[in-house]
Every structure is written in C-alpha cells, then in structure tokens.
Design a protein. Structure first.
Length: 229
C-alpha cells in the first residue's frame, strides 16, 4: 500500500471528539467539581444563617420556635416556612443508647412541624411528604450533673433502609463542663415518604450526662423540589 493510500485512509477515518482521553476526563471532573462546589457554597450560607438563629435559643419553647423563624404569623413568608421547615426537640433529658424520641412544638395557630412532614411518635420517625433535596441539621446541648466520665457519643440520622444520612459525634469532657455540638449536611435526594430516625451510640457510660431539652433538637428544610410534582 502506497503512502498516498495511507493518507486517504487517515482522512476518511472518523476523528475522536477529544484527541486525548485524559484531557476529556480532566475537563469533565473539573466541571463536576465546580457544580458540587457551587452547591456546597449555597449550603454553607444556609448553615450560617441557621446556626446564627440557633444561638438565640430561649428556654421558652414558643420563643425558641419564634426565634428560629419557623412560625411567624406576620411574616410574608410564613406560609412558605410553615410548609418547608420542621424543627423537633428532644423529649427526654436522660441519655441512653437507642432511638431518640422527639416532639414538635405548638406555636400560635401552627406548630414547628411543616406541612411537608409528619412525625410518628410511636416509631420516633419523621416522614417527608415531598421528594427533593433537604438540609438536615442538629444541635445537642449536654451538661454533666455529677462526676461524668470522659468519652464520646454519636447521634446518627438514618433512613428506613439504615442508610447513614448524618453522624454527629460529641466529645464528652471528663469533668463537670457543658458541651454543645452542632452538625449539618445536605441530603441530595429523599424520595417521597422517606422516613428518618435518630439513634444514639456510645461506648461511654452516659450516667449523669443530660440533654438540655430547650436547646437540643434537629431541623430540616426543603432545599429544592417544591412544585416538581
């Protein structure tokens, strides 16, 4: 075969869209990273606003709900908040391993449980009634009542198929100090009717460690997905 024939075959052969596979791969990874980073920045902005509100918690349950912004009867966005937000506080101050119980708080004509959620106290699980991405956060405020042991505990939020959605580990000092731990995450997608529960695990003797019920709880809100059904 002559050199002319070879040149003709090269011109006829289809050219790949990317001359180098590694260059195409790098470009795709960079694009994906940029999209993830943008989503993370949005989540951080949400987190900063929420944590700022949580610092203003008051011993009054109604005041807590008001300060957190879930129920504001005069706000123009109250209907949106009532629908998309949920906040539940711990029901027992005593700490022990197992599934934690929660309760939403009444305020004015509503509660701190938005209409996109339902809570089953017998199963101690919250159910989302709308598919979408959710921001999930928790705050634990623990105090030592008498000669507590050094160690740690982990509060894990799980879905009905035992998928770990958020793990929040609290380091327990070996003294009579109080400790506050805040954790958050963005759940990319929850299907409609997904159920979440929170479970405490620890290898530490939790005797004499107690939760402050007025400032220990969890909340979540719909990031996107509203109106897609």
């Amino acid at each position: 075969m002559s050199s002319t024939d070879l040149e003709s075959l090269e011109r006829a052969a289809p050219r790949p869209s990317c001359r180098r596979m590694d260059a195409c791969l790098i470009g795709s990874v960079v694009t994906l990273f940029a999209l993830v980073l943008a989503g993370f920045v949005v989540a951080v902005l949400f987190a900063r606003n929420l944590m700022s509100d949580m610092k203003q918690l008051h011993p009054s349950a109604e005041s807590s709900a008001l300060r957190l912004g879930y129920i504001r009867g005069e706000d123009s966005g109250s209907r949106y908040k009532l629908q998309n937000f949920a906040y539940l506080r711990a029901t027992k101050s005593a700490l022990k391993e197992g599934v934690m119980g929660w309760e939403h708080m009444p305020y004015a004509s509503g509660t701190t449980l938005g209409s996109l959620y339902s809570y089953d106290s017998s199963q101690q699980a919250i159910t989302v009634e709308h598919e979408g991405s959710y921001f999930l956060y928790t705050q634990l405020n623990l105090s030592c009542t008498y000669h507590c042991k050094h160690g740690s505990l982990t509060l894990t939020f799980e879905s009905q198929d035992s998928t770990n959605l958020l793990s929040c580990t609290v380091k327990l000092p070996g003294n009579n100090e109080s400790v506050v731990q805040k954790c958050w995450t963005v759940i990319p997608r929850l299907e409609k009717k997904s159920r979440l529960l929170a479970r405490i695990r620890s290898h530490t003797d939790l005797t004499n460690w107690e939760l402050d019920l007025n400032s220990s709880g969890f909340g979540m809100f719909l990031v996107d997905g509203l109106g897609t059904e």
